[in-house]
Design a protein around this ligand. Structure first.
Ligand code: PGA
Length: 246
């Protein structure tokens, strides 16, 4: 596991985007695994800037998102379909039929989970999978206790995740309490993983990850089974490791 520590959120975002941009520019076809949340927003802005100022084209890029809330229509402003459209897809030249997310309103959620896992295998696996990390160590929506052998599945969101997500909704009642998520096994299929973390609220999770102890109560620890993981983080997310090594 490599760790790249940046001064701040802006340089972390630029660095992550530069890694992705370099892959796209050097390959005929790129498959990206994408994440939502606050952390990758700056990286998406930097990718959009690369498209506008350096002419980076996403016409041969395919994307597979990690997760989607259950019960939100794709057009709902807080769905991850909307998030991706607003923050990336509508601002670059990616053909929309090359962008994939789980359908959180499918009639049969179990069929949807199998279908999405097949899509990952058919379109992917991702050349680069972008991940955030939850304060509790979740990756995608694989909450503590999730099986490391899990493929795409329905998950009940942990109380701490509901609380963290509440900032995007008017009332707590509107926060979806379930999601479809790629499983840990699905994530580990990716060829390379970039895990982004920014801010003091992620410092504990980053420190715990760097302890390198495999623990199913800390889902991100499954990443130690993967041969090519790079943590792209900022100083604040690194702060607990730094304070210990002083
Ligand atoms: P965040 O979410 O980027 O909004 O902090 C990350 C996550 O929960 O995986």
């Amino acid at each position: 596991m490599n760790i790249l520590v940046n001064d701040d959120y802006a340089s972390m975002s630029q660095q992550a985007a530069a890694i992705i941009e370099a892959h796209i520019c050097n390959h005929e076809r790129t498959v990206l695994g994408l994440a939502t949340g606050s952390t990758p927003l700056g990286m998406y802005e930097a990718l959009i800037e690369g498209h506008h100022t350096r002419g980076v084209s996403f016409k041969q890029t395919f994307t597979l998102n990690l997760d989607e809330y259950i019960g939100l229509q794709p057009s709902h402003p807080q769905s991850y379909h909307s998030y991706m459209h607003t923050h990336l897809f509508s601002k670059i030249d990616i053909p929309l039929h090359q962008t994939y997310l789980p359908n959180g309103t499918a009639q049969s959620l179990s069929d949807e989970c199998s279908r999405y896992e097949q899509t990952i295998d058919k379109v992917g696996p991702p050349d680069i999978q972008v991940l955030g990390i939850g304060e509790n160590g979740h990756i995608g929506f694989n909450e503590p206790g999730s099986a490391f052998s899990g493929t795409t599945h329905v998950i009940d969101l942990a109380p701490s995740t509901l609380k963290a997500n509440a900032r995007f909704f008017d009332t707590m009642d509107e926060v979806p309490n379930q999601a479809i998520t790629m499983g840990i096994q699905s994530i580990l299929k990716s060829k390379r993983i970039l895990l982004l973390a920014s801010g003091e609220n992620k410092a504990w999770a980053v420190k715990k990850l760097m302890e390198k102890k495999i623990d199913d109560q800390f889902p991100a620890s499954a990443l130690h089974y993967h041969p090519d993981v790079t943590l792209v983080i900022d100083q604040k997310a690194y702060s607990q490791i730094q304070s210990e090594s002083r």
